[in-house]
Each structure stands twice: as structure tokens, then as C-alpha cells.
Design a protein around this ligand. Structure first.
Ligand code: NAP
Length: 299
């Protein structure tokens, strides 16, 4: 009888759904891949201002942890402090997942997790008909834009951020990784007053504003159209003010719950098998079952 030891490390994570999500996923994937693990022991490691992240990584490894999920504000540190990086982590220089075996290996499942969830919810989705807008330019926006823009070429790409230098940095990254569309950067005020594309806008909300701890809507006065697509990476609440406004106008909408499930499934599959699958390890029925349970808990 052995337990897969895993944990989420980040700041202010006491409300995280990750333990529940990983337990559900373990019960599905572990028997299928004959991992030898009979249970999962998933902990929350809150690493606040007094915490030394490098030290926390060492302790996790010494204590026999196989896998770590990493969240705000340590994704860049997770990349910098690990011995090997693969997949998109090497391109985006940040990681949301670590695996400890002979070496510490970092990778990123946020972008592919979002992509898998998006194509489940909207199988016909094609970014090429949309003007893509990212509200936020942090680690997760970078991972998501990498996955989307290396798969499709949007009509245009606009990066909107509180700190314009961070938006410029992300814009330069996107131009280098996925050249093609016209790329522009804007502050939030400029976006509300100067953005001119009237429809077919896919707007990704990738900041903490709108979640239960930071209520609000950065696009409060935005004129949504029924041809738009609003994607908010938040899942608590399931419908943010931004999503409610977009839905009211008839736009397609999606929250971050599917992404949470899919990024966790990819991470756990790696911890159990040493392989990062190209597609989701969950069947449609398994995904919907997990999603329904979590939706009921969050409603
Ligand atoms: P991050 O690296 O810390 O970036 C945060 C972004 O939000 C930055 O662009 C930051 O702007 C902006 N921001 C923060 N506070 C703001 C405020 N008061 N007003 C305006 N903008 C503000 O975080 P992240 O990893 O990218 O995560 C972003 C969001 O995605 C979080 O809410 C996180 O929970 C969510 N997420 C969801 C999933 C999922 O599975 N559903 C997975 C990962 C992340 P500056 O550049 O100006 O600081």
C-alpha cells in the first residue's frame, strides 16, 4: 500500500479545490495506468512572505513528495529552481508542475489544460475568426497565449495590463513565438476607450479581479456583442461579473473550472507514468462527472 505524495504550493491557497480535483482524478487514472500507488496524499503548502520557496522545494523532495503543483507567485521560481524543463515550460520560463524523481523536472500544463477544456466545451472552436485580447500579462496569460497562438493565428492580438511594461514583454514574447497577427498593448483605460474591433473578440480575463477574494469587473463599461467569446480563468465564483455581462449580451462564455480539471489531469498523469500525454487522459464522461461534482460544490 503506497500513497502518491503530492501538494499545491503557493500563497493564500487555503480555499483551493486542487486536493478534491486530484483525488477525483487519481481514482480514475491510477488504476488504469497500473501505477502501483493505492491512494493519493495531496497537501496544501501555503508559502507566504515568511516562506523561502527554495527551501520549501527541498523539504518537499526530502519528505518523499512526487509531484508539486505551483501557483501564484512562484511559477517563475519553479522554473528557475528545477534541474530540467520540458515542453512549453522551456519557452515560457515558468512552470505550474514539478516532478521529483532522479532529477527535479518542471513543466507547464496551464496552456494545454485550457486548450483541452476549451475544445471540450466548444469542439468547433477556431481562434482564427477572433480578435484575441488578454486582460492580464502574468504567468498564466503567457502559458495560455502560447498554447492558443502556436495552434491558431488570431486576426489580431491585444494585451491589456495594469503595468504596461509587463504587457510589452508578453507582446514581444508572442511575436517571437508565434509571428503573424498584428500585436498591440494597452492599459485598461485605453482598452475601454480606444479599442476599435466591434465584434468577434475573444477576451481572456487572466487577472485575479472578479474572483471571490477580489470582486469586481475590469471591463465594467465594455460593450459586449453576441459574436464575442468571454473566457474568465476564475472558477470561484463560477460566473464572474465579467462573464455575466458577456452572457447577457449573448456572447459565448466559459469559466476556469474546466481548465482546473484538465491541467491537473495532465500533471497527475505525468507523476504516475513519467509521460505527459498529448491529449487529456480523461474521457468525456469522466471529465463531465468531475465537473458536475465540482460545480455542485461551488454553486
Ligand atoms: P500572475 O502571474 O500573478 O499575474 C497576475 C496578472 O493580473 C498580472 O497581469 C497583473 O498585472 C494582473 N493584476 C493583478 N492585480 C490586479 C489589479 N488589482 N488590477 C488589475 N490587474 C491586476 O498570476 P497568474 O498566474 O497569471 O494568474 C492569473 C489568474 O488566473 C489568477 O486569478 C489565477 O487564479 C487564474 N488561474 C486559473 C487557473 C485555472 O485552472 N482555472 C490556472 C492558473 C491561473 P501587473 O502585471 O500589473 O501586476
Amino acid at each position: 500500500m503506497s500513497a502518491l505524495k503530492a501538494a499545491l504550493i503557493g500563497k493564500n491557497i487555503s480555499q483551493s479545490l486542487s486536493p478534491r480535483v486530484h483525488e477525483e482524478i487519481f481514482s480514475i487514472i491510477a488504476p488504469r495506468v497500473s501505477s502501483g500507488f493505492t491512494s493519493i496524499d495531496y497537501a496544501l503548502t501555503d508559502c507566504d512572505e515568511r516562506c523561502d520557496f527554495a527551501d520549501a522545494l527541498k523539504k518537499a523532495r526530502t519528505n518523499g513528495v512526487t509531484g508539486l503543483n505551483v501557483t501564484i507567485p512562484y511559477k517563475a521560481d519553479a522554473y528557475a529552481l528545477t534541474e530540467e524543463h520540458f515542453g512549453m515550460a522551456a519557452a515560457i520560463e515558468s512552470a505550474n508542475t514539478i516532478s521529483f524523481a532522479e532529477k527535479s523536472v518542471a513543466f507547464s500544463t496551464d496552456g494545454e489544460g485550457l486548450l483541452n477544456a476549451l475544445l471540450r466545451e466548444y469542439p468547433e472552436f477556431n481562434l482564427e475568426k477572433y480578435h484575441l485580447v488578454s486582460i492580464g500579462a502574468g504567468d498564466t496569460a503567457r502559458a495560455v497565449l502560447y498554447s492558443l497562438c502556436t495552434r491558431w493565428m488570431p486576426k489580431t492580438l491585444t494585451i491589456v495590463n495594469r503595468t504596461i511594461e509587463h504587457a510589452e514583454d508578453l507582446a514581444n514574447f508572442c511575436v517571437a513565438q508565434a509571428p503573424g497577427p498584428t500585436v498591440q498593448v494597452m492599459t485598461l483605460d485605453e482598452f475601454i476607450t480606444k479599442y476599435t474591433e466591434p465584434r468577434y473578440r475573444m477576451i481572456i480575463q487572466a487577472t485575479p479581479i472578479g474572483n471571490s477574494s477580489n470582486p469586481g469587473n475590469l471591463l465594467e463599461d465594455f460593450a459586449w456583442s453576441d459574436l464575442d467569446f468571454a473566457l474568465d480563468l476564475t472558477y470561484r465564483p463560477l460566473e464572474t461579473e465579467l462573464l455575466a455581462a458577456a452572457k447577457e449580451a449573448g456572447a459565448k462564455t466559459m469559466n476556469g473550472l474546466g481548465m482546473l480539471i484538465e491541467q491537473a489531469a495532465l500533471a497527475q498523469h505525468y507523476w504516475l507514468t513519467g509521460v505527459l500525454p498529448e491529449r487529456s487522459p480523461l474521457s468525456e464522461e469522466e471529465y463531465q462527472r468531475i465537473k458536475l461534482r465540482l460545480t455542485n460544490e461551488l454553486s
